[in-house]
Design a protein around this ligand. Structure first.
Ligand code: NAP
Length: 258
């Protein structure tokens, strides 16, 4: 296969699982994250097991100009980009007024700005293909306001609505846009978010990253608008969208309070 997939946040977690599955399907890979060592290790692993090309870019996507530079790097690697996975992201747990504003703005730069800019700069190339796919990773947190996770949840609501809107705009084009909304997944996410105190609770509900990646990719290739992996996550997202907002916010606040 001559086709390439670009995956952000590919060094671990859900992004790494997506990379492995796309390699198995024969895609050449462009892997992006901050940790060069982890990306190179993954590249060696993939090239040992699969007959695909892998290039890596170690970059902090929350930095000014990083998404545009990533798009330039991508274009220097291939003219046959058919899959873009905007997966890199993280959360910060805590009250809005008590978390550092610098840290919170940095999270928004990655969760929102990098996704929008990378998509903008790569869309022309994706439109040149016979068929292309974009999958943005949001969260079940996208379906409600979440006290003590306010900006993270809001950033994922942005990603969900942004994905749906550009999907509509692109409906007569060759580019299909999907949004994957995972619930709790067994990755480094909870630890980076400062949620270690909830590890026991999360362990009861966590899905495996491989399972999330598999469901996500199936939905993306089926051109689904929204993909919620796991029955419990589907049910909780349904209730979050349909029950009175004040009730859902109280339940959400209760879940993430210690
Ligand atoms: N795990 C969950 O419970 C859960 C639930 C819902 C949604 N999600 C979403 O799923 C996506 C993947 O998260 P995950 O659970 O797989 O978490 P993870 O294991 O922490 O992986 C996050 C990935 O993003 C990369 N990354 C982080 N900051 C970056 C930056 N500034 N620039 C470039 N890359 C960066 C990380 O690599 P480096 O550290 O090497 O940069 C890593 O590859 C995120 O968008 C997250 O919000 C996760």
């Amino acid at each position: 296969m001559t086709e390439y997939a670009l995956i952000t946040g590919a060094s671990k977690g859900i992004g790494k699982s997506i990379a492995l599955l796309l390699a198995k399907a024969g895609y050449n890979l462009l892997l992006v994250a901050r940790s060069e060592t982890a990306l190179l290790d993954l590249s060696v692993l993939i090239q040992k097991d699969y007959n695909v090309k892998v290039a890596v870019l170690a970059i902090d996507l929350s930095a000014e100009g990083a998404a545009e530079n990533t798009a330039k790097w991508c274009k220097s690697q291939t003219s046959v980009l058919t899959v873009l996975i905007n997966n890199a992201g993280y959360g910060l747990w805590g009250a809005f007024s008590q978390l550092s504003i610098t840290d919170q703005m940095n999270m928004l730069q990655l969760n929102i700005r990098a996704v929008v800019e990378l998509t903008y700069h790569l869309l022309p190339l994706l439109k040149q293909q016979k068929q292309a796919y974009i999958m943005n990773i949001a969260s079940t947190a996208a379906y409600q306001a979440l006290p003590n996770f306010s900006l993270y949840a809001a950033s994922k609501t942005f990603i969900l609505n942004y994905s749906r809107a550009i999907r509509y705009e692109l409906k007569h084009s060759v580019v299909a846009v999907s949004c994957l909304c995972p619930g709790p997944t067994d990755t480094a996410f909870a630890s980076r978010a400062g949620l270690d105190a909830f590890a026991d609770l999360a362990a009861k509900f966590n899905m495996a990253p491989g399972e999330v990646a598999e469901t996500g990719l199936k939905g993306m290739f089926d051109k689904k608008a929204e993909i919620i992996p796991g029955f419990l996550n589907k049910v909780s997202s349904f209730f979050a969208s349909h029950l009175p907002k004040a009730m859902i916010e109280k339940i959400g606040a209760g879940l993430y309070t210690r």
